[in-house]
Design a protein around this ligand. Structure first.
Ligand code: ADP
Ligand code: MG
Length: 329
């Protein structure tokens, strides 16, 4: 019961962006190297995500839609050590209870694809043969069609799409090795190829954050051998006029986070060179021993707790300060 409660704490479906987050994370968990996303009307009318990941076997398809069916956790202790992005086993179940969901998949070695459809809470999933290459497509239509009270809380198409786009942006920044494409109302916004060279990575940054970001950005890479801490990525000069407070991306072991210790260290590092209260833009990746960081503080996993917060703070501050001091205008 305790496990069920801990897992159920993450109520997931709030708006199209939360659907996209769950589905993209599933595709990444499945080892996809290419993920394409199509949305209509901000994602409210339709979200379709196709990946080339490991797929789901025919006999597991219906199960994947049932609550607490996860292939990613076995015992409570795994919650502590879990490294894969998802672990609650309720995203597909929650989504299908408030939308029309079709899951189509083919794993390697299975002759043909199968599809399972569910609409709302009371419907038994229907299994049908389908055509699909190895991988998975999830289609989610008419979000909140059966829960008008929740539909009322949705904002304009533009706002909902903005949230959706931000979810894709964060994941595309955290996984340069995966290709992402995004289409809205039949208009292709971008097709990002897997990026392996610095040039390709910077091209992706320019696509996702605008060319001004990369024009003003410096690459950094600092490591402390004794503690195994590493901080790398791109920082901009605070004079970069287009830099926005929302162009601040900080990933800890691959996950985007918001954290007081990190914020303070970053702000302090920039303090000497900040003019006119401008917000610096950055995309930073911080790596440390997973045993030193607790990522399960909050079910949405945007928050972390560092076991050695003092050490972490000082390392981030010193590493950044060294880079930022050099670019004083
Ligand atoms: P969780 O991701 O927490 O395990 P979900 O409800 O998101 O729970 O997914 C349920 C299960 O369905 C997953 O554990 C996984 O086995 C399977 N699954 C979902 N999406 C995909 C996908 N894109 N590719 C392969 N398997 C998937
Ligand atoms: Mg999941």
């Amino acid at each position: 019961a305790q496990l069920a409660n801990q897992i159920a704490a993450g109520e997931v479906v709030e708006r199209p962006a939360s659907v996209v987050k769950e589905l993209l994370e599933n595709s990444l968990d499945a080892g996809a190297s290419q993920v394409s996303l199509e949305a209509e009307q901000g994602g409210v009318k339709r979200i379709r995500i196709r990946d080339d990941g490991c797929g789901i076997a025919q006999e597991d398809l219906a199960l994947a839609l049932s609550r607490h069916a996860t292939s990613k956790i076995k015992v409570l202790d795994d919650l502590e050590a879990v490294l894969s992005l998802g672990f609650r086993g309720e995203a597909l179940a929650s989504i299908s209870s408030v939308a029309r969901l079709t899951l189509t998949s083919r794993p390697e070695g299975q002759d043909s694809a199968w599809s399972v459809k569910a609409e709302g809470r009371d419907m038994e999933p229907i299994l049908m043969p389908a055509a699909h290459p190895v991988g998975t497509t999830v289609e989610v239509g008419d979000l909140f069609f059966n829960t008008p009270a929740r539909r009322k809380f949705l904002k304009t198409e533009k706002t909902e799409f903005g949230h959706l786009e931000e979810v894709v942006r964060r994941l595309a920044l955290s996984r340069f090795d995966v290709g992402f494409s995004l289409t809205h109302n039949a208009k292709s916004l971008y097709q990002l190829k897997p990026a392996t060279t610095d040039f390709e990575r910077e091209k992706r940054l320019a696509t996702l954050l605008g060319p001004a970001f990369i024009e003003h950005a410096l690459v950094m890479d600092m490591a402390a051998e004794s503690s195994g801490l590493r901080l790398y990525g791109w920082v901009t000069q605070p004079t970069h006029s287009r830099s926005q407070p929302d162009q601040q991306y900080f990933f800890v072991n691959g996950r985007i986070i918001r954290d007081k210790v990190v914020n303070h260290a970053v702000r302090q590092a920039y303090q000497d060179v900040l003019y006119g209260g401008r917000h610096p833009a950055f995309v930073l990746f911080f790596e440390l021993d997973p045993a030193w960081v607790d990522v399960n503080v909050h079910p949405t996993k945007h928050e972390v707790r560092f076991r050695e917060s003092r050490l972490v703070h000082d390392f981030i501050f010193r590493s950044l300060h060294r880079v930022i001091a050099d670019m004083r205008p």
